[in-house]
Ligand binder design. Structure first.
Ligand code: ZN
Ligand code: ZN
Length: 364
């Protein structure tokens, strides 16, 4: 039998249930979970903020584990056969069709209507398809990536899904060498954005967020200035950013907060003819008012959304971890490890922002 933490419905306590050990179909693999993560999406899932979620489900969309069993020939992206005992991760997004209008014409596979996501759009009734479990069933066709030797599992999961999400946002941000970048939000996505902004050539990175434990991480990874939303007002923050940019504002601002009102502030913080990337508004938590003349048109502002991530962001993220992992030590974002029985406490700690990064360790 395999134990898994199951989200039975919005607001209900997470239950640990037992599932039969699955029999593998041809081309499938079974992963023995080392770590899964608790990300903001899981908090939204638990609050019932996402539409069409097939409760009950096993959460956990970014995972790392050891291959316990393989049936038939299963290869990685380079065509190399995978073997039992290997430490791997896999792309949570599965069954992106490659044939629909979004896949082929828009080349925006994150909007493919066929896509299924481990830990989000699969029900527990369909099998062990989420990482808050001792084992994860990797269906044929799931994109599996061995962890590079330089990347310990703890570091990989410390970066978690925040890293590929940030990789996508940074691609959208098109930062130039010498830019001043403001990152709104100091959760896992914001922190990875602050790292990638530096790697992209930004010479001044300002992180706005809180609480202090998260801002301490922002300074550790090289933020030039942190502004705590719990002790400063929006006016004061704007003044500070203007003071460091000769009164112009940031060249690029990246929103990673999940709070709609942060967008008003972000528009103000960005310079005329600058760029604003919105990545943190993953669920619908309300409307805001903007002045289209003052905030967008007269500013000649470019505003871009960034939704989810695809395999390229995942793959490139792993390369970044292999090259820059020692310098930024993503594993230090992990502020708590929780067993399957402690999933509710993990969700609460992420929701209340007591955690920087909470991870699930089914072996605990
Ligand atoms: Zn996530
Ligand atoms: Zn498609």
């Amino acid at each position: 039998m395999v134990k898994a933490a199951v989200m039975v419905g919005p607001g209900a306590p997470v239950e640990v249930r037992e599932f039969p050990t699955p029999r593998l179909e041809e081309g499938a693999a079974l992963l023995r979970t080392l770590y899964s993560e608790v990300c903001g999406t899981d908090v939204h899932l638990h609050a019932g903020h996402l539409a069409g979620v097939p409760y009950p489900l096993i959460p956990g969309h970014v995972n790392v584990g050891e291959i316990a069993e393989i049936r038939g020939r299963v290869v990685d992206l380079n065509g190399d056969p995978l073997r039992e005992g290997q430490v791997v991760t896999f792309l949570d997004v599965h069954e992106t069709c490659g044939h629909c209008w979004f896949c082929t014409v828009a080349k925006a596979s994150t909007r493919c209507p066929q896509r299924r996501v481990y830990g989000i759009t699969y029900s527990a009734e369909e099998g062990l398809l989420g990482g808050w479990a001792e084992m994860v069933y990797l269906k044929p066709g799931v994109k599996i990536l061995p962890l590079p030797e330089e990347v310990p599992p703890e570091r990989f999961i410390g970066a978690g899904c925040g890293l590929p999400t940030a990789m996508h946002a940074l691609e959208r941000a098109e930062i130039a060498l010498g830019d001043t970048v403001v990152v709104q939000g100091s959760g896992p996505v914001g922190l990875s954005c602050a790292i990638l902004a530096q790697l992209s050539g930004a010479t001044e990175v300002i992180v706005i967020g809180g609480p202090e434990a998260r801002l301490a991480q922002a300074r550790r990874i090289g933020a030039d200035l942190t502004l705590d939303i719990t002790t400063t007002g929006a006016e004061e923050r704007l003044e500070q950013v203007l003071a460091r940019t000769h009164g112009r504002g940031a060249d690029v601002t990246i929103e990673a907060t999940g709070v709609p009102q942060a967008v008003n502030e972000g528009l103000a913080l960005t310079r005329d003819a600058g760029r604003y990337v919105i990545v943190g508004q993953y669920t619908d938590v309300g409307d805001i008012q903007v002045n289209p003349h003052r905030d967008i048109n007269r500013k000649h502002l470019e505003i871009r959304g960034s939704w989810g991530s695809d395999f390229s962001h995942f793959w490139r993220g792993l390369r970044v971890l292999a090259k820059h992992g020692e310098r930024y030590r993503w594993e230090e974002f992990v502020s708590g490890r929780y067993g399957l029985e402690e999933a509710d406490r993990a969700l609460a700690d992420v929701r209340e922002q007591r955690a920087v990064k909470a991870i699930i360790d089914p072996r605990k």
